[in-house]
Design a protein around this ligand. Sequence first.
Ligand SMILES: Cc1ncc(COP(=O)(O)O)c(C=O)c1O
Length: 402
Amino acid sequence: MSREPAPRFGTACVHAGRELEGRPAPLVPPLVQSTTYGWPDLDHPPSISYARSGNPTVERLERALATLEGGGDAVCFASGLAALDGLLRCLPAGGRVVAGRHLYGGTTRLLDRFTGGRLVVDLVDSTDPDQLRTSLERPASLVLVETPSNPTLRITDLRAAAKWAHAAGGALAVDNTLLTPLFQRPIDLGADLVVHSTTKYLDGHNATLGGAVVVGPGRPVGGVPRDGPWAERLRFVRKATGTTLAPFEAWLTLQGLKTLHLRTRAQWEAARRLAEVAHGHPAVVAVHFPGLSDHPGHEVHRRQAVGDGGLVALDLGSYGAARAFVSRLRVFTIAENLGPTESLATHPASMTHSDLTAERRRSDGIADGLVRLSLGVEDPEDLEADLRGGLDALLPVPLEAA
Ligand SMILES: Cc1ncc(COP(=O)(O)O)c(C=O)c1O
């Protein structure tokens, strides 16, 4: 029997999630805004009875995300942090979480301040294989990593992390927000769960706040099928805590998904171009971009990802230089967020990672002079000129010109 070939990624971005709809199916999914659903009688509850437990528009986004990540199911939450919190709430009391120390600042804040007394959290440098392997010689319930990490773009070896997490009896969860499934599919590399802040590239238009956990397709680990129980537990947590994604946010995200492959390829191209410009510029102390051959995680990154994403982080040496640089930018907007069509410049120490202590930021490589650039889809020539203008303004004025 001949089987239809699986759609390529771009085709899946446009069509994923439509499979279950009757024909003729609307190309733009219906936005279902209903708090409650009627029961024919008490013996036949509807499949969705109340908006906190589910919604057809949100379910369509869940199907699309599961398809794009190669997962078996996905559960959407009100934000990326709500998705991470939902995941942590699924763990048994006393469970051990081994988390990478290079994570988005909000994830670190969640682990630091809201797991105490219930979970044991060990932070390790997951980019160092020896540290990760040693920490997983003891049992763990969950290993949580970001690769590349936000904002320093460090790389963790996902195949090795999956092997050691499973040997420790735990699941590997990967926050794949920065690369999206276009560039990296953690489940194919052995991960059990993939987390997204859909707020970022998946929506891509600075229009929503949302999150998701994608669950692997039922790979048995230690004899326990991980698919059903995880998705069920996540849905139960979401219902119990009320952290459901709103239908309109899901609807907007579904529209954004259709151009994910076009936007993110263009953003990667622009990021590579600007990383190369910054790399040779005398005002720059260090450039963090996993596509550069001198990036410490470059080789591992090349083995597990097919693209480098649209972020570049520049260390400009001091807070003063970072401040002067961002004030000079005209095409980039100084703002928190990453991944949208508009290019953004973020100063992690005073914005996304400001809740970490200065000492902690320093030990995690988040210098006061670090600026994270998120490339949008403007003309790359304009972005390059803006970068050059900002960097040139940091150079000492030559004596003859003064
Ligand atoms: C890698 C990563 N994960 C999770 C989050 C949290 O997502 P949200 O802002 O949607 O709660 C962010 C936000 O910046 C992020 O960068």
